[in-house]
Design a protein around this ligand. Structure first.
Ligand code: ADP
Length: 603
């Protein structure tokens, strides 16, 4: 017998969920459905996202509501519009073979008139985000007197988003004898308080360990220097050719900057943050959901409730300030029993944060090494071979050209043809990663024991490389340094090229035309009582330790210095323009543009 039937779900619902591929209940469904089907108790279910909570409460709701009436009988509150739509859609799918089921999704940012019309026509289940629900209640546009069940889904996220007050107000509009079912991934005291204040002796169920991240997630960290972070991030992305990931940043600005840099570098990425209109957010989410986007760069708040399946990687470009948010972030992968990887890019100082997360989550991080260029090449080559293997051949169309193709390739052996086709794509990777430096943090670096020999000492073409006697020990980030230079030197950010932040000093590139302005601006400038010194970086290599540079002309042998790849190989002058854009068919572009960007990257 079908295990859902055994749990007490009726045939027409089981038929619908069987079509959706539900063969057996997930653990939360197995435990919650029998309890909820009695309809007698309040309920608290602790389970991570992606564990099948929607069906855990949805199936018992469909079992118990009276669809001959058109009065609202169940209210489901959830944190985001995306989740709201998803739940409403899921419920409709579960109810495919039940007549007269009416579900309305009520959420902000959409036309309220349509939602009011649907409510007037009669609904039994209202799925809502708290803000819009309150708005509708305020208009006296809904009658909750027949509500028997209220579901609070992702309660912790709703509270994180500041919906506490709204939830209290909405609950007070519903009958006292209704049953409340609360689902949450974590149980902070605020959620506990709701359970205490609004529920009577709730039955409590936990799937997995309380406050524990999903067991199917592998947590990894990569330790890199701040200046290498963006390059390391891209290298990790390149190491996973099939990545479908969400990248978390701490601020809207960082989100925007990373997304823009990635797009410029030829990646298929976009950002999701609070400054976007609802319409823009929807568009981004639609593209991501449909897999037309490979990397979604998001802030914590914007990404709450994202319920896209098959996310392969969550990347913490910056660790969250709140440890709790790490759990929310990593929970976006490994949904529905799948596995996933949660990657954190950290600097040496952030190790304590990692230890703290480990303590809270009860799960260890695995330290990882940023892949070397050759490893990325190997991975990409194998992925390419796989792609060739699996590509669909449109026999009809290609047959017409085949004789011509065969003729022009007839002087090549099979092996040569294979090599050439593979090289067509692969050369870009080889070029890009040739001589790529090791990006892993080496403790010796911070002690100044390892000279960065891949660095050229002169500026890129059109730029002069300058030295300033301030650096990371003065608590400058690259961004801070950029603003400081622009501010004092009275130049625009566009005039500044690569910034190479060291401990007690920094090298930075300035357009030749603006060098005088920088010298002028930094005349007699003090920083915390220290005289700030600017010099043209000498053309003779000197120790990275001392920070004492000879002034020099800044001329000499200028070469393109790709930030990630270095340019030690002595290949002589490389012009940026001649690498040929590849015309954007794939998702990545390893053209000169990309390298150019990297060499000036400020992330
Ligand atoms: P949650 O609400 O816990 O975040 P969902 O209810 O959205 O999780 O379920 C996650 C995914 O797993 C959905 O795509 C859903 O269709 C699928 N799913 C849920 N229950 C089952 C099941 N018993 N068998 C197979 N797939 C399931």
């Amino acid at each position: 017998m079908n295990p859902f039937l055994e749990l007490g779900i009726r045939h027409d619902i089981v038929n619908a969920i069987t079509e959706l591929g539900f063969e057996k209940p997930s653990p939360i469904q197995e435990k919650a459905i029998p309890v909820l089907l009695t309809g007698n108790d309040d309920f608290v279910g602790l389970a991570q996202t992606g564990t099948g909570k929607t069906a855990a409460f949805g199936l018992p709701l469909l079992e118990q509501l009276d669809f001959s009436s058109k009065q609202p009988q169940a209210l489901v509150l959830c944190p985001t519009r995306e989740l709201c739509l998803q739940i409403a859609r899921d419920l409709e799918k579960f109810a495919k073979y039940i007549d007269n089921v009416h579900v309305v999704a009520v959420y902000g940012g959409a036309n309220i008139g349509d939602q009011l019309r649907q409510i007037r026509r009669g609904v039994q289940i209202v799925v809502a985000t708290p803000g819009r629900m309150l708005d509708i209640i305020g208009r006296n546009a809904i009658d909750f007197s027949n509500v028997r069940y209220v579901v609070l889904d992702e309660a912790d996220e709703m509270l994180n988003m500041g919906f506490q007050e709204d939830i209290n107000n909405i609950l007070s509009e519903t009958p006292d004898d209704k049953k409340t079912w609360l689902f949450s991934a974590t149980m902070p005291k605020e959620v506990r308080r709701i359970a205490q204040n609004y529920m009577t002796n709730p039955q409590e169920l936990t799937v997995g360990t309380k406050n524990t991240g999903n067991e199917n997630i592998e947590h990894q960290y990569f330790m890199v220097k701040a200046k290498d972070k963006y390059a390391a991030f891209k290298r990790i992305v390149d190491f996973y050719p099939e990545i479908f990931g969400i990248v978390f940043c701490r601020t809207k600005i960082e989100t925007q900057e990373i997304a823009e840099a990635l797009i410029k570098d030829g990646y298929n990425a976009d950002s999701l943050h609070g400054d976007l209109s609802q319409q823009q957010r929807d568009k981004v989410m639609k593209r991501y959901r449909e897999r037309n986007l490979q990397l979604l760069i998001a802030t914590d708040v914007a990404a709450r409730g994202i319920d896209v399946n098959d996310v392969t990687h969550v990347i913490n470009y910056s660790l969250p300030d709140e440890t709790e948010n790490y759990t929310h972030r990593s929970g976006r992968t490994a949904r529905a029993g799948k596995t996933g990887i949660s990657i954190s890019l950290i600097n040496a100082k952030e190790m304590s944060k990692i230890r703290h997360i480990e303590k809270i989550n009860g799960k260890q991080f695995i330290p990882k090494q940023v892949p070397q260029g050759a490893e990325v090449c190997e991975k990409q080559l194998l992925a390419l071979v796989d792609k060739v293997h699996n590509v669909e051949v449109h026999e009809d169309q290609i047959n017409a050209f085949l004789p011509q193709i065969l003729e022009s390739l007839q002087d090549l052996s099979k092996e040569e043809v294979i090599k050439k086709f593979a090289s067509l794509e692969f050369n870009r990777f080889l070029n890009y990663y040739q001589d790529a430096p090791d990006l892993n943090f080496d403790a010796r670096d911070s002690r100044g024991e390892r000279g960065d020999r891949s660095e050229r000492r002169t500026g890129s073409k059109g730029y002069t490389r300058l030295f300033i006697n301030l650096g990371s020990v003065d608590e400058f980030s690259r961004g801070d340094m950029l603003s400081y230079i622009c501010n004092k030197g009275k130049i625009s950010g566009k005039s500044v090229g690569k910034i190479d932040l060291k401990g007690v000093f920094t090298f930075f590139e300035v357009l030749d035309a603006d060098v005088d302005s920088v010298f002028q601006g930094f005349k007699d400038v003090d920083f915390n009582g220290r005289n700030v010194r600017i010099e043209v970086s000498g053309d003779k290599p000197s120790s990275d330790r001392g920070g004492r540079r000879r002034s020099g002309g800044g001329g000499g042998d200028r070469r393109d210095r790709g930030g990630d790849r270095g340019s030690r190989g002595g290949s002589g002058r490389r012009d940026r323009g001649d690498r040929g854009d590849r015309g954007g068919s794939g998702f990545r572009d390893f053209s000169g543009k990309r390298r150019d960007r990297e060499s000036k990257s400020r992330y």
